[in-house]
Ligand binder design. Structure first.
Ligand code: IMP
Length: 499
């Protein structure tokens, strides 16, 4: 007979946190959100720790190099999506690893023989007003000049006017030598009243621009997640099909951590992928998942996973539960897997970080997930709303929206994520939808607000660290009627447009 679990499968909205004593040392400023990303032995420190317990989902509509840079600068980490060619994924990883705060690779470049019309078109396409003029028109070609808005007058100048006729030529530009530090570059900018300082190498090839406006940028990112060389950390999603080729290419590009991306991680394919990485590239941490119970957790731990992702069917764009009848409420999954993790820790002294993946619809769900045992959270919808996600911003019914589609939608065509082995290639049916999410602005501003809420909730719970929260939070189930009580009720909410 089938195993029938009578325990109800529950989600975060069915729980609330009960306050505990808030002491004088329990203030938002004293709360630390540092958390392990990779497994470690009792008494040791993990190879990678996050400064903010959030990672962005392994999805085309969420995690490209732009998102990875923005999130890592703010203390979290992105797993760049794997449902693209190995070449384009490794290129994204390279771009993140090359990024240096304040040193910007010039994305808008032309040759001296282009025209003013080309300048205007490039400006409209990229939104940049500073254009590098290089011998071959590339980001790192030999520098011949620079164009800013002060070099031409679109109303008077002919669109066919050549770039070399109006650019500021190289011999009139103040430059910095490749290798100087950001404070040194900023000193040159201030002493010479510049808006931009091109950084060039010994052959006069353009390496970076440093902009005056970025002066304070590094001070504004105290939580930045970088290694000892100040390079940002970045992860990558992989699948259980082409890992023999993809993993070495990603490692060569500089990836810091891998994660197998699958809707159902309790499979022999994940075991084989983990064994391949552990045998050949033991120095690179790799996460696996997704699972929703003790059995799945233990299987992936035994196969060598460095962290485990928890959650099936809870994602905002996910229709797996409707399509296949597979899944489990996210809260119930987290509670059971966290118990298994704690038992494993007691028995072996090995701590396996858990990632709660999908279904975070409110900021308070984040604290609940952490209190229930998640070390960090993977989110798609949350990050898809920001400027830094790779999708289009569109006006829909009078409101700005960003596109957001599931990896199991026919738009993403990520059949490897839903692969059931051997000859089962190709997406047979959809497990995700194509949608819009309300546009929310910059990642940094939104994250600051969310972190403020998390810290404030933790203070109400009387704790200042995530392990403390896991050990001491008091959580209650809520009835359907008390959920109604939780919103505004028995009042007529004023329409703020009525004076
Ligand atoms: P969200 O944060 O609730 O939007 O959920 C994001 C998570 O949903 C991802 O990290 C994946 O685990 C999962 N996911 C992504 N695409 C799909 C899909 O097409 N179907 C089902 N789940 C998906």
């Amino acid at each position: 007979m089938a195993i029938i679990t009578t325990e109800i499968s529950r989600t975060f909205s069915e729980y609330l946190l009960i306050p505990r004593l808030t002491t004088k040392n329990c203030t938002p400023a004293s709360v630390s959100l540092t958390t392990p990303l990779t497994k470690f032995k009792k008494g040791q420190t993990p190879k990678i720790e996050l400064n903010v317990p959030m990672v962005s989902a392994i999805m085309q509509s969420v995690s490209d190099d732009g998102m990875a840079i923005a999130l890592s600068r703010n203390g979290g980490l992105s797993f760049v999506f794997g449902s693209q060619t190995i070449e384009s994924q490794t290129e994204m990883i390279r771009r993140v690893k090359k990024y240096k705060a304040g040193f910007v690779i010039s994305d808008a470049n032309l040759t001296k023989d282009h025209t003013l019309a080309d300048v205007m078109a490039l400006k409209a396409k990229t939104g940049y007003s500073t254009i590098g003029v290089t011998e071959d028109g590339t980001s790192h070609g030999r520098m011949l000049g620079i164009i800013s808005g002060r070099d031409y007058r679109p109303s008077k100048d002919s669109p066919t006017k050549k770039v070399h006729e109006f650019m500021t030529p190289f011999d009139k530009i103040i430059t910095g030598r490749f290798g100087i530090t950001l404070p040194e570059a900023n000193d040159i900018i201030w002493e010479n009243k510049l808006n931009v300082l091109p950084i060039i190498d010994d052959e006069n090839k353009l390496k970076y621009f440093v902009f005056r406006k970025d002066y304070d940028s590094h001070k504004e990112h105290p939580l930045e997640l970088s290694n000892e060389n100040k390079h940002l950390l970045v992860g990558a999603g992989i699948n259980t099909r082409d890992y023999r080729e993809r993993v070495p290419a990603l490692i060569e590009a500089g990836v810091d951590v891998l994660c197998i991306d699958s809707s159902d991680g309790y499979s022999i394919w994940q075991k084989e992928t983990l064994e391949f990485v552990k045998t050949n590239y033991a120095h690179i941490p790799i996460g696996a998942g997704n699972v929703v119970d003790t059995e799945g957790f233990q299987y992936l731990v035994d196969a060598g996973a460095d962290f485990i992702k928890v959650g099936i069917g809870g994602g905002s764009i996910c229709i797996t539960r409707e399509q296949k009848g597979i899944g489990r409420g996210q809260a119930t999954s987290m509670i059971e897997v966290a118990e298994a993790r704690d038992t494993h820790f007691e028995k072996t002294g090995e701590y396996i970080p858990l990632c709660s993946d999908g279904g975070i619809a409110q900021d308070y769900h984040m604290v609940l997930a952490l209190a229930m045992g998640a070390d960090f959270l993977m989110m798609g919808r949350y990050f898809a709303r920001f400027d830094e996600s790779p999708t289009r911003k569109m006006m829909v019914n009078g409101n700005y929206m960003k596109e957001y589609w599931g990896e199991g939608s026919s738009r993403a065509r990520n059949w490897e994520r839903y692969d059931m082995g051997a000859d089962n290639s190709g997406l047979k049916f959809e497990e995700g939808v194509d949608s819009f999410v309300p546009y929310a602005g910059k990642l940094k501003d939104n994250l600051a607000l969310t972190i403020g809420k998390i810290k404030s909730t933790m203070c109400s719970c009387g704790v200042t660290t995530i392990p403390d929260l896991m050990a001491n939070a008091k959580i209650t189930l809520v009835s359907a009627t008390s959920i109604v009580e939780g919103g505004a009720h028995d009042v007529i909410v004023r329409d703020t447009n009525i004076k």
